[in-house]
Design a protein around this ligand. Structure first.
Ligand code: ADP
Length: 164
C-alpha cells in the first residue's frame, strides 16, 4: 500500500491546498493530511478548528484522512509507515525554503522521499496568509476557500480585536 503524508499549518485550508490534496490522492492508495502543531507561527485557528475544517471539506475523499502531529515530519511519516512527504510549490519564492527542508529531511530519514507538486496557475498566488489578510480587511474570500471555511473565517475575525 502506497501512503503519503501532506503536512502543513492549514491555517486555514485553501483551494490551493485542496487542489494538491485532490491530485496527490490520485497517486497514492492513501493520503494523510497532517496538521503540524509546531512551526513557530501563531495560528489564527486552533489545532482542533483546523482539523475540523479539513475533515469537513475532505469528506468526499474516501482515501484521505486528517491527523495532527508534533515534532519532526520525518518521524511522523515513518511512524505512519508512509514512504512520501507531499509539498506544494507555488512560485520560485517557495523553492529555497522547500529545498532546504527536503534536503534536511532526506538527511534525517533517507528512506522518505519528498515529492513536490506544482500549484495550478490559478492558485499560485494563494496562501493561508493572503486569505486571512483579505478577510481581516473585509474582502471576499469566496474564490479562495470552500464556503464552510469562509463562514468560519468571518466568524473568527469578528470575534477578534481589530488590527492595530
Ligand atoms: P507550512 O506552514 O508547512 O508551509 P501551509 O499550510 O502554508 O503550511 O502549506 C502546506 C503546504 O501546501 C506547503 O508545501 C505549501 O507550499 C503548500 N501550499 C500552500 N498553498 C498552496 C497553493 N496555493 N498551491 C499549492 N501548494 C500550496
Amino acid at each position: 500500500m502506497k501512503l503519503a503524508v501532506y503536512p502543513g499549518s492549514f491555517d486555514p485550508v485553501t483551494n490551493g491546498h485542496l487542489d494538491i490534496i485532490e491530485r496527490a490522492a490520485q497517486l497514492f492508495d492513501h493520503l494523510i493530511v497532517a496538521v503540524s502543531v509546531n512551526g513557530g507561527k501563531k495560528p489564527l485557528f486552533t489545532l482542533d478548528e483546523r482539523v475540523a475544517m479539513l475533515n469537513e471539506v475532505l469528506q468526499p475523499f474516501s482515501n484521505v484522512s486528517v491527523d495532527s502531529f508534533q515534532g519532526l515530519t520525518t518521524t511522523y511519516t515513518i511512524e505512519k509507515q508512509s514512504q512520501a512527504i507531499i509539498r506544494g510549490l507555488r512560485a520560485i519564492s517557495d523553492f529555497e525554503n522547500e529545498f532546504r527542508m527536503a534536503l534536511t529531511n532526506k538527511k534525517l530519514e533517507p528512506t522518505v522521499e519528498t515529492l513536490f507538486m506544482m500549484s495550478q496557475p490559478q492558485w499560485s498566488f494563494l496562501s493561508s496568509s493572503v486569505v486571512k489578510e483579505v478577510g481581516y480587511f473585509g474582502g471576499s474570500v469566496s474564490d479562495f476557500v470552500p464556503k464552510s471555511v469562509e463562514e468560519k473565517l468571518i466568524k473568527k475575525i469578528a470575534s477578534r480585536q481589530p488590527l492595530a
